[in-house]
Design a protein. Structure first.
Length: 356
């Protein structure tokens, strides 16, 4: 059986020609402009490639460079990010853009340590930018790369351990090809995304099959090893979709905690029945007239699960405690997280049984 060192050493020779033939055409691969690579890598965290395409193009259309990002109003930034979730990613993008403007004269830094020091840029993103944009031999070790390497080497150490990621990055950096650092990084990403997939790896199509230990022993699905997940904390919430004429009540969340600083539908941290919900709406001062629809949804965050019951209530009065906005204004102006937007979007359906 091949040694682990020999497995690593063979990677560039098989992956680089494979990537040249099989790389997907993605909008952020059209060039190696650091702003483009940085933006795409931040968007792709916790998000599928298919979902990111349109966001990436729309974002660049409105904020085409670092200067525009640094100067953008937060409301515009969060609206462009609406639906991607993990909104601190967007805020950190802007913080980093401001640092680049003030410290580097608007030019993205080209040294790894300077890149790593920017707000919101971790080891993976710093490695991706450094290698793809500046041809520096730094690995970008994400879930895809961890899966590839632990399968090829039959590594049983949990990938949740920081030491595992550090050791794999160090081993990869020993074999980075001097003239093709960026291509090698992207080849690893591509292999994990399209061939060495979590549940249905296409092993017979894989360029590493001749030296992959998991393929040889048919143990692919045993890797990567992860520590047991902790149960997510369950919160039951009542959501109020309050409508006065053609306007809906929204309010801004606090500046700290989950979804901080974003717009939301009024809500309470408890489960209410219809009568309780109507009574609560009455205490808001909106004079509820009719329960139009009742909906239920579950939304999962990283550590919390929201089990939500939403009451769409027609009102006879609007109050200054809320901002009242039309559907068009909410669509174009206010950043409403998915956890709340799913109820607003459901408002345009008429079959209550679909949602009750």
């Amino acid at each position: 059986m091949k040694t682990i060192d020999s497995i690593y050493k063979q990677l560039p020779d098989v992956l680089l020609p494979w990537y040249k033939q099989n790389a997907r055409k993605l909008p952020w691969r059209q060039d190696t402009e650091p702003y483009h690579v940085w933006l795409s890598e931040i968007m792709l965290q916790q998000t599928r490639v298919e979902a990111v395409r349109s966001y990436y193009l729309r974002f660049l259309e409105q904020l085409p460079d670092i200067h525009a990002l640094a100067k953008a109003p937060e409301s515009q930034l969060l609206k462009l990010w609406e639906g991607l979730g993990y909104y601190n990613r967007a805020r950190n993008l802007q913080k980093a853009a401001c640092v680049i403007e003030t410290k580097y004269g608007g030019i993205f830094p080209n040294q790894y340590d300077d890149i790593r020091a920017l707000p919101g840029i971790g080891l993976y993103t710093a490695g991706a930018i450094a290698s793809i944009c500046f041809n520096l031999p730094y690995a970008a070790v994400d879930g895809n790369v961890l899966r590839i390497i632990t399968r090829m080497t039959e590594n049983n150490v949990p990938i949740d351990h920081m030491q595992t990621k550090t050791e794999i990055a160090a081993q990869l950096e020993k074999v980075y090809p001097k003239k093709d650092c960026g291509q090698f990084t992207q080849a690893l990403m591509e292999l994990g995304a399209t061939v060495c997939t979590p549940k249905s790896p296409k092993c017979t199509e894989c360029p590493t099959k001749n030296f992959c230990r998991a393929y040889a022993n048919n143990t692919m699905l045993q890797y990567p090893v992860k520590q047991p997940k902790k149960d997510k904390r369950l919160e039951e919430r009542t959501i109020f979709l309050l409508q006065y004429k053609d306007k809906y009540a929204i309010t801004k969340r606090t500046e700290s905690g989950l979804l901080s600083g974003l717009w939301q539908l009024p809500n309470t941290l408890e489960k209410m029945d219809v009568n309780q919900a109507l009574h609560t709406a009455d205490t808001f001062g909106v004079q509820p007239v009719e329960l139009y629809k009742q909906m239920s949804r579950t939304h999962i965050f990283t550590h919390i699960k929201w089990k939500m019951t939403c009451y769409h209530i027609l009102c006879a009065k609007k109050t200054s405690d809320f901002v009242w906005a039309t559907a068009q204004e909410i669509q174009t102006t206010y950043a409403l997280p998915t956890a709340f937007r799913i109820f607003f979007e459901s408002n345009h359906k008429t079959d209550i049984s679909e949602y009750s």
